[in-house]
Design a binder for this molecule. Structure first.
Ligand code: HEC
Ligand code: HEC
Length: 187
């Protein structure tokens, strides 16, 4: 076998490692907001550590397309390739979900939230424990301020990348949405 074949395969073998370095380098930028250890720097910034990879990718794509508007995220993805978005989604999905230490909702709040959750059949999509899968996000133990803000943004149409979630949230009052946020944050 000619020796260049070995060189060729040796080169192929180093590609994944180089790629992983490349991505963890890009991911350091994300840590300034999403947290060094997965705990976001501000309560309005979502946890991305341990989030489902398919969902993370869809959001990066939607920020880039402008389907989901965000002054902070738009510049992050403006020049990002699909491969980098997929690699970052994969990278963050493999990290452990951080401990935010949020308290469980009180009984009255939990009861109100569960009533809404049952009527809307949230768990048909967000699944047991609200852990989601694939393109559906985990919402349990996500930060309270972020959950509240993003559900309100769906309802008002400020977050316009999922018509289903918008229609669903329109059916609920401020107090219902607050109860859902407190309940999910405390799970
Ligand atoms: C300057 C702060 C900042 C930086 C840096 C940043 N983000 Fe964000 N990110 C945010 C904010 C704020 C949101 C919430 C946007 C909204 O809902 O309006 C967000 C949302 C997200 C979401 C959606 C999560 C969800 O639950 O819907 C993903 C995915 C994400 N960021 C990934 C990244 C990645 C990957 C990087 C690094 C390339 C990064 N972010 C860098 C501030 C930042
Ligand atoms: C038909 C399936 C479906 C149902 C039912 C559903 N969701 Fe969702 N939900 C989704 C999908 C898909 C997304 C991601 C949308 C996107 O691409 O940005 C989402 C996004 C969310 C988000 C944003 C998460 C984040 O990280 O930004 C929250 C919060 C949420 N749902 C809460 C709920 C609650 C509470 C209920 C019940 C009241 C519910 N959902 C019912 C499919 C569903």
């Amino acid at each position: 076998m000619p020796s260049w074949i070995f060189a060729f395969f040796a080169a192929l073998a180093v590609i994944p490692a180089a790629r992983a370095d490349d991505i963890s380098g890009k991911a350091t930028l994300c840590a300034s907001c999403h947290g060094e250890n997965g705990v976001p720097a501000d309560p309005k910034i979502p946890v991305i550590w341990g989030q489902n990879a398919g969902y993370l990718y869809i959001e990066l794509r939607d920020f880039k397309r402008g389907a989901r508007a965000s002054e902070m995220m738009a510049p992050m993805v403006a020049d990002m390739s699909r491969d980098d978005m997929m690699a970052l989604a994969e990278y963050f999905s493999k990290k452990p979900w951080p401990t935010l230490g949020q308290k469980p909702a009180d009984d009255a709040t939990a009861e109100r939230a569960q009533k809404v959750a049952n009527s809307a059949q949230c768990s048909q999509c967000h699944l047991a424990g609200f852990l989601g899968a694939s393109l559906v996000p985990r919402v349990s133990d996500q930060g309270f301020d972020y959950l509240l803000a993003t559900m309100e943004a769906f309802r008002s149409g400020t977050r316009a990348n999922n018509a289903w979630m918008t229609d669903l949230m329109k059916a609920y009052s401020d107090d219902d949405i607050k109860a859902l946020a407190a309940y999910l944050a405390g799970l």
